[in-house]
Design a binder for this molecule. Structure first.
Ligand code: DAH
Length: 339
């Protein structure tokens, strides 16, 4: 009996277990009702009385050692299970950082949505263009002084391939490909050879509008633009049209809205005039219709073009144009709540 106890004691001391299940198997093997140590306790009754004291003591020591050893094994397995794994499934999830829409995209979408409600569909065109679509078809003859205001970046010379200076180039593309009725809105990026400052950049964004059908009049143009101004800047917004010049429209006008900061009272933003300029517009010049294959005796139309940066500045008072392209998240995050 004493030999058996000693043998088991040595065995118990060198026990190892790789998993909780293995440790439990050891407990069953030695300490359960039918376990090896328990059965020694059962056999204890047969031990002669004079040895009972010594054997009893050894047996108790063995049971204590086995219990302590197996508990130790279980405990250390439990600890390593919680620290050993990289994934803590009980931890609350890290918040997912949601990006925000760029302010120019917010405003572009708003402009497009407003015109979509009165039947305009989107048309797009390339940013790298030829001279004909940007200038020629739009009634800018070679050497015409109106070209001076739209110097750009040339990719190839003779024939000229260049970065478009306005989205009006999409006008010519649509008219060349489609007969009236035409009612399109053309958002996009445009380029100009400008010194970069807080109020000018070598690229910016425009939205062009074009409507061609039978009997389209200046009154239609004015009504569509008034609707746009009210939708964009509020119901009490007023508009005024000032005569202007663009090669591709005749007559041409510049449109102002009543200053949405001071409501026409006069403030530094509107230079105390109560008005701010937001777009150029006019009736499409018959020369442009003809150059694009549309019969100017049957059809007439209006066009307008606006800078998205300009409208965004009016809506959000962004003082420096360069911020739109700096990718500074401190600036961009401020538009989080805008849709
Ligand atoms: N393309 C002009 C510009 O970039 C803006 C413009 C003015 C577009 C009048 C038009 C228009 O369609 O009718 O300055």
């Amino acid at each position: 009996m004493i030999d058996k106890i000693n043998q088991l004691k040595a065995e118990v001391e060198s026990l190892t277990a790789a998993t909780q299940e293995k440790a439990e198997e050891l407990r069953i093997k030695y300490l359960s009702k039918k376990g090896e140590i328990t059965s020694l306790f059962n056999a204890f009754r047969e031990v002669p009385n004079d040895q009972k004291r010594q054997v009893g003591q050894l047996l108790n020591e063995l049971k204590e050692a086995a219990t302590a050893k197996i508990n130790d094994l279980k405990e250390s397995l439990e600890n390593s299970a919680s620290t050993g794994s990289e994934t803590d499934l009980t931890r609350s999830a890290d918040p997912i950082l949601l990006g925000t829409r760029h302010p120019l995209s917010i405003v572009k979408n708003e402009i497009v949505d407003i015109f979509a409600r009165i039947g305009f569909t989107i048309a797009e065109g390339p940013e790298v263009e030829d001279d004909w679509h940007v200038f020629g078809a739009l009634n800018f003859p070679p050497e015409h002084p109106a070209r001076d205001m739209q110097d750009t970046f040339f990719i190839e010379k003779d024939p000229d391939v260049l970065l478009r200076t306005h989205t009006s180039s999409v006008q010519s593309r649509v008219m060349l490909n489609q007969q009236p009725p035409i009612r399109v809105i053309c958002p996009g990026r445009v380029y100009r050879n400008e010194a970069i400052s807080y109020r000018a950049h070598c690229f910016f964004h425009q939205v062009e509008g074009l409507y061609i059908d039978k009997d389209v009049s200046f009154a239609d143009l004015k009504q569509a633009l008034l609707y746009f101004a009210k939708e964009m800047f509020g119901e009490d917004t007023k508009i005024r049209l000032r005569p202007s010049y663009f090669p591709f429209t005749e007559p041409s006008a510049e449109m102002d809205i009543s200053c949405n900061l001071c409501h026409g009272e006069g403030c530094p933003f509107c230079k105390y005039t109560g008005w701010v300029e937001i777009l150029g517009c006019g009736m499409v010049d018959p020369n442009v219709l003809e150059a694009c294959g549309i019969d100017s005796k049957v059809y007439s139309g209006y066009a307008f073009g606006m800078g998205i940066e300009r409208i965004t500045n009016l809506k959000y008072q962004v003082k420096d144009l360069r911020m739109f392209s700096e990718n500074d998240v401190r600036f961009l995050r401020q538009f989080e709540s805008a849709n």
